[in-house]
Design a protein around this ligand. Structure first.
Ligand code: PLP
Length: 344
């Protein structure tokens, strides 16, 4: 097991902090009459505060994901967890993080909001980690390294071997964002949590689980990291309806069927796009979207928009000239997309 002193990475202010103790922390229940949290006493579906520790949901997730309950932190979307990680570990105007672009934009935005310096160590033109440039970047103290696999917007998995060697070499926290892992053939890094106390895995119910609207993000990490995030989170960050919907969906949802359908459509759409004369490249994807390079993406984007079809313009991202990112829709939506593209 790698040895890392998590406390020495955390912000001193967070280590010293005495967290807010909510009514439900001081008396978790059950009681006959609750007069401790200034809630409305009149019975209604949501008159009580939610469980601040999301115990039932975490128990269920621990069984599904094969992790311990104390290795799980839940956020109002993974986006909240990204922000909390930065605030727990990075001192404003002092500490820095590393991102490998092109990648998910929120790492940079959250760092910016918190006045934390962002060092970009770009992916190679084949969208893989530049290991030697990363090692060079590690020579200056760095708190967090954000990796995303399968990566957004490129759709590929980062090479397992290079992630492994980075995990060995890096002394800060490595965060692997697995928002799209359910669509991928790659295995999750969750199984390596015991080996790397400085590893954080991010997953979400927003993509394959079909619950973007309830905002439920998950972090899996060593209990010391989870405890630091628990210390600084808003006490009731996961609403009762979100907890309830997450629990009922996790118990009764055919993930395999959804993932198989998306993969079948990904295969079909990829082949159809490849046949279009205006398309110069369809990147292989392990996610629920395709990165597609056109001869000239700008008029394509506009024509699609005029036809009521919105895709994501990624043409300004590094190594993504003339690229659009297209989410895999239903069969009918994908057929309509191809029909419109054929007419351009
Ligand atoms: C969509 C996405 C997320 C957002 O997850 P939420 O849980 O909805 O906040 C996180 N990371 C990546 C890479 C994504 O593409």
């Amino acid at each position: 097991m790698k040895s890392v002193d998590i406390a020495s990475l955390a912000r001193p202010a967070v280590l010293k902090l005495r967290p807010y103790s909510s009514a439900r922390d001081e008396f978790p229940g059950p009681a006959r009459i609750y007069l401790d949290a200034n809630e409305s006493p009149f019975p209604a579906q949501f008159n009580r505060y939610p469980d601040p520790h999301q115990n039932e949901l975490k128990n269920l997730l621990s069984r599904i994901k094969g992790s311990n309950v104390n290795q799980i932190f839940l956020g109002n979307g993974s986006d909240e967890i990204i922000d909390l990680l930065i605030r727990a570990f990075c001192e404003p105007a002092k500490d820095r993080i590393i991102v490998c672009e092109p990648t998910y934009g929120m790492y940079r935005v959250c760092a910016g909001v918190n006045m934390v310096e962002v060092v970009n160590v770009p992916l190679t033109p084949t969208f893989q980690l530049n290991s030697s440039a990363l090692r060079e970047a590690f020579s200056r103290p760095t708190k967090l390294l954000f990796l995303c696999s399968p990566n957004n917007p490129t759709g590929n998995n980062l090479d397992e071997g290079s992630i492994s060697s980075i995990l060995d070499a890096f002394e800060g926290l490595t965060i692997i964002d697995e928002a799209y892992i359910d669509f991928s053939n790659a295995r999750s890094w969750i199984t390596l949590l015991q080996e790397f106390p400085n590893l954080v895995i991010l997953q979400t119910l927003s993509k394959a689980w079909g619950l973007a609207g309830i905002r439920l993000g998950m972090a899996f990490a060593n209990p010391e990291i989870v405890a630091l995030l628990d210390k600084i989170k808003p006490p009731y960050n996961i609403s009762s309806p979100s907890q309830q919907i997450a629990i009922s969906t996790l118990q009764d949802y055919n993930l395999t069927r959804v993932v198989d359908a998306v993969r079948a459509q990904r295969h079909w759409l990829s082949n159809q796009l490849f046949l279009l004369p205006g398309v110069t490249r369809v990147y292989p994807s392990e996610a629920n979207f395709l990165l597609v390079q056109f001869r000239d993406s700008s008029p394509v984007f506009t024509r699609l928009q005029n036809a009521g079809i919105i895709v994501r313009d990624r043409s300004r991202a590094l190594h993504c000239d003339n690229c659009l990112r297209i989410t895999i829709g239903t069969q009918q939506e994908n057929e309509e997309l191809i029909d419109v593209l054929r007419k351009i």
